[in-house]
Design a protein around this ligand. Structure first.
Ligand SMILES: [Zn+2]
Length: 644
């Protein structure tokens, strides 16, 4: 008998002895990090509200209780009884019964009402019907990404359970080594921006953190074949942890499955969905530009199938000697500072991922409060000595001025923006400015992936800033549903109508004017001297956005492409005003990065400054050393650090 079997038998005996004698246990299993307890008495289990929590703290495991399939009531009957228990205004849109595991997935507009105070309604459901309820939110704005991911996972349910059981055995295997060390190897994003990737290893375990591409540098991928990484075979990696969905962190996660990796990916639920959206778009863009992408959509599906979503604050066993906890990073939806607790009190490492230290309109500022942390791996995008950003309230005032001036000229405002993050931040600024009368109320047209990305944001309000979440939850005033927002879904004809119409604001991808519907908007509105093009995000060297920012006003129509009015040969005269309003970054600036470290509790002994160009990482590293008297490094790629 394998040791995991022995362990499960022991756990079953222990749980049975802890439970009242009238509650039976029919089997216990690992599913990923969770211990699943099957019982023939699910109703009695639910009647004793505290039982599961007591067991979990006694066994130090995450525990889920499910009914033994032999005791389940028929779904048709259970459906009626469940609907009687749930308050009518919860807005249940779907009930999905899974007899093999005794679970019922309830999709509702107001999941909080299905859960009840401290889970009371959920317990009531189990007390009544015996089934184990699981709740998901009905997206307030229909999202094809969310519905595709959900229906795909439903269709792959059996295989997913096999994956989870296998992962569960891996996590709970017996520790083999008596040795003690912790090492970090840098596989990318050191003294450069892009291709984020690291290996965290112990004698027992190897974890890959992030696996991104390098924008604008075709083919430069992380050093995945280093002996520390996949060099020893993809099966030697225990787990992949994804801090957030931006492509410079996530683009090459699906590639791992092409290389033969078949283990878990830990990330938040929104990160999973956004990764699906962004990697499929990444393949799309590659195809349109005639490049052959490194993997196919099949591998994106594999990646999604292997995702194990975790919530902020959940302490989760991901290997025999490693616990992972995600904390809000304030950068984009679902972004996570990833804290690793190694051994039993042996060592702690936090990877910042990308962070924003101060609150923004969308997110609370990054969390930097950990029980313990000895080493911090810190992003340094704006770590340079002069990398201070305009205060956001000044930026907002500038933006509102530009909009008002353009409106008074009867012109239109065109804003190129990234679909994920910056667009929603600008939407919130515009919604408030119109509500309070700071700028005239006018239509705001959203083009490209912005609408879809916004729909994903509204599916996960618990990941948004407190007061925004409260507005969405309690006051029924979801700002993203404000009536001035219009989704451009009618293509070129609708764009032409907008271009011929009244003053308005247009938010469109791509953020650096490198393709997408923004090209079409330039074709339609570019020649109008009364309109304004406003840059709100960083324009990288070599992009059309940067060239326009630098004064380019005769654009070859080959750049604008077949979209808009600019087909054929010749040039497009850009007569519209061009303005830049900075300060809307999703990254902490130099002050924010220093404050993140300064207010850390406790402060780390060592800091590795990564994810920034050579100057930024070295500036930040020496500043932290001088100011806080800690050991700091600006590593290069392929360095290994040993701790302990
Ligand atoms: Zn990012």
């Amino acid at each position: 008998m394998s040791t995991v079997e022995q362990q499960l038998d022991d756990l079953e005996a222990q749980i049975t002895s802890e439970l009242p004698s009238d509650i039976s246990v029919s089997s216990v299993k690992y599913e990923g990090p969770e211990l699943v307890v099957y019982t023939r008495d699910p109703k009695k289990f639910a009647q004793q509200g505290d039982l599961i929590r007591q067991l979990a703290s006694k066994l130090r495991k995450r525990i889920t209780v499910r009914p033994d399939p032999s005791v389940l009531s028929r779904p048709e009957q259970a459906r009626e009884e469940i609907m009687d228990v749930i308050p009518g205004d919860a807005g249940v849109t779907d009930l999905d019964f899974h007899a093999d595991t005794g679970e019922v997935v309830i999709e509702a507009e107001k999941p909080g009402m299905v859960i009840g105070r401290h889970g009371s309604t959920l317990r009531e459901i189990t007390k009544t019907v015996g089934w184990t309820p699981e709740v998901v939110r009905t997206p307030p704005i229909e999202s094809s990404t969310v519905s595709n991911v959900r229906s795909f996972l439903k269709q792959e349910r059996d295989e997913r359970r096999d994956i989870l059981e296998k992962v569960g055995r891996q996590i709970h295997r017996e520790e083999m080594s008596d040795d003690e060390y912790v090492r970090i190897t840098t596989l990318g994003c050191c003294r450069e921006v892009g291709r984020a990737s690291f290996i965290l290893s112990t004698p027992e375990t190897r974890i890959l953190i992030d696996c991104g591409d390098k924008p604008g540098a075709e083919g430069e991928v992380p050093y995945l074949h280093a002996p520390e990484a996949l060099g020893a075979g993809p099966q030697t990696i225990d787990a992949v942890v994804l801090t957030h969905a931006h492509l410079d962190h996530s683009a090459l996660i699906p590639l791992l499955f092409k290389y033969g990796y078949d283990g878990p990916i830990y990330c938040t639920e929104p990160t999973r969905d956004l990764m699906g959206l962004l990697t499929l778009d990444y393949l799309d863009v590659a195809a349109k530009e005639g490049r052959s992408p490194p993997y196919e959509s099949e591998q994106v599906r594999e990646a999604i199938k292997h995702c194990i979503p975790l919530e902020y604050g959940d302490v989760t066993d991901i290997a025999p000697d490693v616990k992972l906890t995600f904390h809000n990073a304030g950068h984009i939806l679902g972004s996570a500072v990833s804290h690793f607790h190694i051994g039993d009190g042996l060592y702690n490492v936090a990877f910042s991922g990308d962070i924003h230290y101060d609150d923004t309109r969308l997110f609370n500022g990054a969390v930097n409060d950990f029980p313990r942390v000895e080493t911090l791996v810190l992003e340094s995008t704006y770590g340079g000595r002069n990398d201070y950003q305009t205060d956001q309230s000044d930026s907002e005032r500038n933006l509102k001025e530009v909009i008002t001036e353009t409106y008074e000229k009867d012109g239109k405002v065109v804003i190129p923006a990234f679909a994920v993050g910056r667009s929603q931040e600008i939407m919130l600024v515009l919604e408030e400015a119109m509500r309070s009368g700071d700028i005239p109320t006018m239509p705001v047209h959203l083009d490209g992936m912005i609408w879809e990305a916004t729909a994903i944001h509204t599916t996960y309000p618990e990941y948004l800033r407190d007061d925004l979440r409260d507005r969405i939850f309690h006051e029924d005033e979801n700002p993203f549903l404000a009536e001035q927002f219009n989704h451009i879904d009618g293509g070129e004809e609708e764009r032409q109508d907008v271009a011929d119409g009244e003053p308005c604001i247009i938010l469109s991808t791509s953020g650096m004017v490198t393709g997408g519907p923004i090209m079409s908007w330039l074709g339609h509105i570019g020649p109008d001297p009364d309109s304004t093009l406003v840059f709100v995000g960083y324009q990288a060297q070599g992009t059309l956005g940067r060239r326009i920012q630098n004064g380019w006003d005769e654009i070859p129509t080959s750049e604008v492409g077949a979209m808009g009015n600019g087909g054929g040969r010749g040039t497009l005269s850009l007569n519209m005003d061009v303005e830049t309003v900075d300060g809307f970054s999703g990254h902490a600036d130099r002050a924010g990065l220093e404050n993140f470290v300064k207010t850390m509790n406790p402060r780390p002994e060592k800091v590795l400054c990564v994810h920034g160009d050579e100057r930024s990482t070295q500036d930040l590293s020496s500043a932290l050393y001088h100011d806080f008297d800690m050991r700091t490094f600006a590593p290069k790629n392929l360095e290994t650090f040993r701790f302990l």
